[in-house]
Design a protein around this ligand. Structure first.
Ligand code: FES
Ligand code: FES
Length: 226
């Protein structure tokens, strides 16, 4: 028997409770019908404001070479480097744009690769730590890290090397204070800051901002864009 409160609310024998029950059943039926006919991607799009997640060809210029990859828009530059190109020098440590272990150079600027989508980087020149070696020769920043014992576990090292290279390219005669500020975007859990800054200072005191490897890469870039 219908209770008095419901009867009073409806005034016509159809209560608010009946209405809510009916609405819920209708909504559930609609959702079931939709999910039976649409894929998850179609459902997302039909709900609006969701971009297609389908992979497309993305051409990246990395260390002077062109690579065309099939990537979904959500893939970060870091994941594309590590998972699709086997360039594992840039490390995936925090994956939240905090530590700098994934640092690469994009058009010469030190950039967190975990903070950029690969599709955003089309048309830019990307330089990874792998570019700083040519056979048995390595960039003087790498030599300096070894000489100054600037690593322990080494997880931060590739990112620090790239950040140091970018900083010295722009600040060839930097002071120790400049270097400490300039490398502030990178974190070393093992605390090797002293060795890292001494390495950078030694190179800056020699005025050796741009190593032969960087000159070669710049030359490649000029030749490619000429
Ligand atoms: S992994 Fe990119 S900033 Fe830490
Ligand atoms: S050497 Fe271990 S995090 Fe820097």
């Amino acid at each position: 028997m219908r209770d008095r409160k419901d009867q009073n609310e409806s005034g016509s024998g159809f209560s608010r409770r009946d209405f809510l029950k009916g609405s819920s059943a209708a909504a559930a039926a609609t959702a079931m019908a939709t999910s039976a006919t649409e894929s998850p991607a179609q459902q997302s799009q039909s709900q609006g404001n969701v971009a297609s997640a389908e992979a497309r060809d993305v051409t990246l210029s990395i260390n002077g070479q062109q690579h065309t990859l099939s990537l979904e828009p959500r893939v970060t530059l870091l994941d594309a480097l590590r998972n699709d190109l086997n360039l594992t020098g840039a490390k995936d440590v925090c994956d939240t744009t905090t530590c700098g272990a994934c640092t690469v150079l994009i058009d010469g600027k030190a950039t967190y690769a975990c903070a950029r989508f690969a599709v955003e980087c089309e048309g830019a020149e990307i330089q990874t730590v792998e570019s700083l070696r040519n056979g048995s020769e390595v960039d003087e920043v790498i030599e300096g890290f070894v000489e100054h014992d600037a690593m322990q576990c080494g997880f931060c090292t590739p990112g620090f090397v790239m950040a140091t290279r970018a900083f010295l390219n722009e600040n060839p005669n930097a002071s120790l204070e400049d270097i400490q500020k300039g490398l502030g975007g990178n974190i070393c859990r093992c605390g090797t800051y002293h060795g890292i800054t001494q390495c950078a200072l030694q190179i800056a005191q020699k005025g050796g901002a741009c190593s032969w490897l960087n000159e070669r890469l710049v030359g490649d870039l000029v030749a490619k864009t000429a």
